[in-house]
Design a protein around this ligand. Sequence first.
Ligand code: SF4
Length: 102
Amino acid sequence: MTTRRSFIQIIPLTGALLLASRSVLAAAPSVDEKDPQAAALGYVADATKADKTKFPKYAAGQVCGGCQLYQGKATDPAGPCALFAGKQVSSKGWCSAYVKKA
Ligand code: SF4
């Protein structure tokens, strides 16, 4: 049975757990450009540094923040990408799997 006192004790614990889970999400590592998958896709944290010779489909203005696979907010500096589970890509980054957000 939950007494009023035990309920009151649970609230701060729940808040602490929520804060801890948020900081774990915020601490997701960034994708390393040298990671084999990232390198194969031509991922760069700065889209203007995309290898235009190797990836001629790159066009100025294409960035992760405007990509269909980007799962962060366009205003976030970085966010998750469907291709890189558990990691974050720069919202100003780019890779050859770029698909313009509808
Ligand atoms: Fe960025 Fe889109 Fe490539 Fe993911 S798929 S790294 S969001 S350009």
